[in-house]
Structures are given as C-alpha cells and as structure tokens.
Design a protein around this ligand. Structure first.
Ligand code: SF4
Length: 360
C-alpha cells in the first residue's frame, strides 16, 4: 500500500480547499466533537447545525449536561428523532462525571465503554480531539474507498467492515490522523457522492478503478437490505373540560420517555369499527366497552387520516382523532394537562408534525 500514499496527500490537499466551515471543525474539544458526531449520526448537516448550536449553548460542557434533567435534554433533541441518542449522551455525561472526574477519556478503549459510543464515534473523538490513529469509516468513506479500488466486498458484513477499516489505516497519514479522517469523510460526502459524482473534476479520477471500469453505480456492494415493517397508530386527543391527556412511552424503543396522546397500535390497518373492538381502545374508553361497535356514545372526530411517517426500519401510518369524555377512568393514569402546556413536554416527531398541522 506504500504506493498509495498519494491518495492521502491528494485528499488532504483537496480538503484544505473544499471543506465546509462547520462549528465542530478545527476544534479539539472532545465534548463538542462528541455532540456533533452523535447529532450527525442520523441527521443531515444542515438540520444538525441548528440543533448543535442550541444544544451546545444550553449544555456547553460535560458537567452541565450531566447535571441536567433528562426531560430537558430530550426537549432540546425534539424533532431530531432517534431519541436514544439524547438519552445515551446524558447517561454517558453522567458516567464521565462519576468515573472520570468530569474529564473526557482520551483513549479509544475507555471511550468505547461509554453508553452510546460505538467504534465509529470512539474513533472520531480519539482522532479528531486527540489525533490518535484510529480510522473513522462512515458511509461516505465506504463508498469512496470501494469505488477507488473497485472493491466488491460487501460493506454491511463484519468481514467487509474489517476489510475497509484496515484499508483506511493503511492509507492514513498517522502524524495527522484527525485531519486525514475528516478529509476522507468530507471527500466522500462532497466529491464522491452516492448518485452521479462529478468524476470530471475529481482529483483521484486518473486512479479510480470504478471509473475506469465504468462501474461507479455498482459500488459500494451491500448484502442485506433492511426489512421495513409497517405499523398503524391510532391517536386520541382526549378532552375532559379544559384538560387533555399525554402518555409517556415506557419501555425500550426509539420513543422511550417521550410523550404522545393515548393511542392504539396495530400491525394491520383497522377500520373504525375494528378499532372500537380492540381491547386497548376499550381500556381507553370503558363506557363503550359493552356497546356494539357502531353504537359508541362518544363522538370521535377524525382530524388526520393515514399520516405517513418513515423511519429507518419502519413505516408508520397514523390516524388522529379528537374526542371529549366525561368518564376519564380510562385515561386517568396519563398526565392531565392543558393543551397550551404541551410545549413543555418532549414529544416525538410524529406528534410534533400533528401539532404543527392542527396549530395551522
Ligand atoms: S472518480 Fe468519481 S467515483 Fe472515483 S473517487 Fe472520484 S468522484 Fe468517486
């Protein structure tokens, strides 16, 4: 691989000219690098910028984050999705306070022990903040390397990940590991883009095997396509006088500890007649349990039907109903608030979309 040293050199030269100016660039504060990496895991840079700014302003260091209330941390994350990221940030900040005296650990192995920090994030922090020669191989790097060397090893297997990680190590200029990692990621993100890269202006075009073979669209190779599951949610904006009810989602899941309206979930679409027969529905509205499905004494107003919300491995379809009840025994276990207070609670993206629609 000695002959390929020029790859790193060319990428570093390209990076000096083309890199985006971002608040988490050219800094060595591991806390800020960590927050930015976690935000960018599932979020585009443009959207992430705004969240990063607000998050760092409110929680500027590990100590502030560690001593904050989880509900407030989730509130600052609201709209970004994948809330386990925020919960893990919070838990890891507490762990750094307790086990490392509030000082960010510098070595890769210690970073890996923190909640929510996997190999990728540990390598990013270790190399960007502490210039340690840990390769950072994200989707952009996989794509670029697989095309440059026309590698048909699938990137979504442990064997493939190991292969590409070792390749990145061999290309890396160890004296400037952090810079090299940022440069190769940026090169993949801006130059060797997923669809129709502009190879005509690419500094590595004369060496790119995928380009020479006219097979750019065939790389990277993936073995497994994620299975997408469909789930149907039926939400109820339940009024009792001036109050409404919010349910906190318990248990594991991407929306853990976030709030939403009382709901019924189903793996198949339900007509209203079928919905009324569900045990969960009858538990929410017990007065209707003994009546025939069509003879409900309550008036359910359908506000939004079949609202589609796409997650990585799921497609959600949601109906939102509004109903006023006198008998609140089915929803008394939930938080009773005024509708104007809903902004004080962290809600998930689907609920947020609904609130935006009805507020219009
Ligand atoms: S020539 Fe095209 S495919 Fe090859 S590295 Fe450059 S941008 Fe990517």
């Amino acid at each position: 691989m000695e002959n390929y040293k020029f790859v790193g050199e060319k990428i570093l030269m390209w990076y000096q000219i083309h890199k985006r100016i971002l608040p988490w660039r050219d800094i060595t504060d591991p806390y800020k690098i960590w927050v930015s990496e976690v935000i960018l895991q599932q979020t585009r840079v443009v959207q992430g910028l705004e969240y990063y700014g607000r998050f760092i302003e409110r929680f500027p260091d590990v100590h502030t984050l560690a001593t904050a209330d989880e509900q407030e941390v989730l509130k600052y994350w609201q709209g970004l999705g994948y809330y386990s990221r925020a919960r893990n940030l919070h838990a890891a900040a507490r762990s750094i306070e307790t086990h490392f005296g509030g000082k960010f650990p510098e070595d890769y192995e210690s970073l890996l022990k923190l909640k929510g920090i996997g190999e990728y994030t540990a390598a990013a922090i270790a190399s960007f903040a502490f210039n340690q020669p840990c390769p950072v191989v994200d989707g952009n790097v996989f794509r670029f390397l697989s095309r440059l060397f026309a590698i048909d090893e699938p990137i979504d297997t442990s064997k493939g990940k190991k292969f590409f990680t070792e390749l990145a190590v061999r290309l890396m200029d160890r004296r400037q590991a952090g810079l090299f990692n940022q440069a190769i990621m940026e090169f993949g993100a801006l130059q060797c883009v997923p669809v129709s890269p502009d190879c005509g202006i690419c500094t590595l075009a004369p060496h790119c095997l995928a380009k020479m073979q006219e097979k750019i669209s065939e790389f990277p190779v993936k073995l497994n396509k994620p299975k997408i599951k469909e789930v149907y949610h039926y939400y109820f904006l339940v009024h009792s006088g001036e109050f409404i009810f919010l349910k906190k989602r318990e248990g594991k899941g991407i929306w853990q500890n976030l709030y939403e309206f009382p709901s019924v979930e189903s793996e198949i679409p339900l007509s209203f007649e079928d919905l009324v027969k569900c045990t969960d529905f009858q538990a929410l509205f017990p007065g209707n349990a003994c009546r025939p499905a069509h003879d409900t004494s309550l008036v359910f107003k359908l506000l939004i039907k079949n609202y589609k919300h796409v997650l990585t491995h799921r497609i959600l379809y949601a109906d939102f109903y509004e109903v006023s009840v006198e008998n609140t025994s089915g929803v008394d276990k939930y938080k009773k608030i005024r509708q104007s207070e809903i902004g004080e609670y962290p809600i998930h993206r689907l609920m947020q979309s609904f609130m935006e629609k009805i507020n219009k």
